[in-house]
Design a protein around this ligand. Structure first.
Ligand code: ADP
Length: 492
């Protein structure tokens, strides 16, 4: 869901751009203006690393938790594992003083992080929640053991610094880790470009900085200015990733709450729908049953000549039921089988609706006129359904004179206001809300119908983000209004 979120996407692109620019500018300044400078400050270094490791652990947890919304995947499990390994090893790195374990712990943190990030190249697949939580926890635990052993048995470690310079071991581990990170960064870029997932940008950003830091490691010396620069850049990458993922997390939560609220409303609607539908469907069914009973009695008494009437009644009721069921189907499909909105000419919609109603228009000798109608972004099929329902009502609820109908549209504030005016029997003002409800028929005795047409119209209009209402004077006619928001796209 957040993939279509423009804010998340823009923010991701800006952060990535800023971070790349920052690292380039930083490298430029350090290499051209501060060459050969160094500064030994263990407490500051420990603080930076401690903050970084805390951020990495939080990221590991956040990446795991985010999967609750999208489903657990191997891809995300490896990312979480990478953060878990780096976070735990960096805790030890921050807590030991300069010496072999100090460089060793940072180097293996780079290597392990890069290694687990590179595993995201493997084919992605869905995993069960329990399986998803296992690798990051196991990796964090192993890192704790490795960190503790490294800190307590420093003499068992390969030499990392000799004569104030990094050894070949240190360089090899860091360069290998850096290469892993850069390969992973390329993969995140590929995923971002193909699937448009903005959070991949943040991982790309992180891997790029960690990768460059690893590759440039052989060129730096402990405590040199560029050594400090990469520490700061890595920390910034962490500290940016954290609120960004929180931001996505919060967007998911919001979306979820909206979905729950929508679900509640649709559940209530469904309950109401089931209640009225069963009531209105029962009516013709009961009538058929009583007709068959009467028919049975007549046949037993040998009065075959009266049977025709009961059969005719039953067939009429069954037709009624068939109509009800097909109208209910149309109604229920409005939300579920809607097509993507496209540019629709309402003049063409009116022509289609009139063509479908031609028999009725000719029979009633109706005069139908219209002003030029606009183009709108809508579902073309539903637009024809809407127009046809309103026109067929205007043709139907007219007694004693040929229907005179006029269709019009005017531009309101950010919306088009359509109107369909007739000279029919009109609607008592107290019923002007009820007619849009399911089975809200008010002229039951005089006109046949299912009472689903206007409910369907309301659902279509609301699906398009508009409103529908009626203004009427009994005996003089009605005007049905509906609005459609003016959306971006080709609309005139
Ligand atoms: P149906 O037409 O099947 O009865 P609708 O949902 O289309 O069901 O309409 C609901 C009720 O609203 C109708 O039964 C009728 O009483 C009233 N109605 C709808 N359109 C008009 C109209 N143009 N003029 C007068 N009454 C109307």
């Amino acid at each position: 869901m957040y993939r279509r979120d423009g804010v998340v996407m823009r923010l991701g692109l800006i952060i990535t751009g800023v971070m790349i620019a920052l690292s380039l500018a930083g490298s430029f300044v350090v290499n051209f203006f501060l060459t050969g400078k160094s500064w030994i400050h263990e407490p500051l270094h420990s603080s930076l690393e401690a903050m970084g490791s805390l951020a990495a652990v939080c990221l590991a947890i956040l990446v795991l938790l985010l999967q609750r919304y999208e489903g657990f995947t191997a891809h995300r499990v490896w990312i979480s594992s990478a953060f878990a390994a780096m976070g735990t090893l960096d805790v030890f790195h921050a807590s030991v003083s300069a010496g072999a374990p100090f460089v060793w712990l940072r180097s293996i943190a780079t290597f392990a992080g890069g290694f687990f990030f590179v595993l995201t190249l493997m084919r992605d697949r869905q995993v069960r929640p329990l399986v998803a939580f296992l690798p990051p926890f196991a990796i964090a635990l192993s890192s704790v053991i490795l960190g503790a052993v490294s800190a307590y048995y420093p003499y068992a470690l390969p030499p990392m610094v000799e004569d104030g310079r990094f050894t070949a071991y240190a360089m090899a581990i860091n360069v290998a880790g850096g290469i892993f990170f850069l390969i992973a960064a390329a993969n995140f870029l590929r995923i971002f470009l193909s699937r448009g997932r903005p959070d991949e940008l943040i991982f790309l950003n992180l891997c790029l900085l960690f990768g460059l830091a690893g590759l440039l490691f052989p060129a730096s010396e402990p405590w040199s200015v560029d050594w400090w620069l990469w520490h700061v850049l890595r920390l910034v990458a962490y500290l940016i990733a954290l609120p960004y993922l929180f931001f996505i997390f919060q967007r998911f939560e919001k979306e979820l709450q909206k979905l729950v609220a929508d679900l509640k409303i649709s559940n209530e609607e469904l309950e109401h729908f089931a209640y009225v539908a069963s009531h209105d469907l029962k009516e013709p069914l009961l009538s058929v049953a009583s007709n068959i009973k009467l028919l049975d009695r007549r046949i037993r008494k040998g009065k075959h000549e009266e049977a025709g009437q009961f059969i005719e009644n039953s067939l009429h009721q069954l037709n009624m039921m068939q109509q009800l069921i097909s109208d209910l189907l149309i109604y229920s499909r409005v939300g579920t089988q809607a097509r993507a909105f496209e540019n629709v000419s309402c003049d063409a919609v009116l022509r289609s609706a009139l063509a479908n109603l031609k028999i009725s228009v000719d029979k009633k000798q109706a005069a139908i006129t219209s002003d030029p109608l606009p183009d709108v972004m809508a579902d073309p099929v539903q637009m024809v359904q809407l127009m046809q329902n309103l026109l067929s009502n205007a043709l139907k609820f007219c007694e004693g004179r040929p229907p005179v109908i006029h269709v019009n549209a005017v531009k309101g504030e950010g919306e088009w206001i359509f109107s369909i005016r007739d000279n029919g029997i009109g609607i008592p003002v107290e019923h002007s809300g009820r007619i849009f409800e399911m089975f809200g028929r008010i002229h039951k005795e005089r006109f046949h119908g299912t009472g689903i047409g206007l409910a369907t119209c309301k659902k279509i209009v609301e699906h398009h983000g508009g409103r529908i209402w009626v203004a009427s004077e009994q005996g003089k006619g009605s005007t049905f209004f509906f609005t459609l928001p003016i959306r971006h796209g080709k609309q005139s």
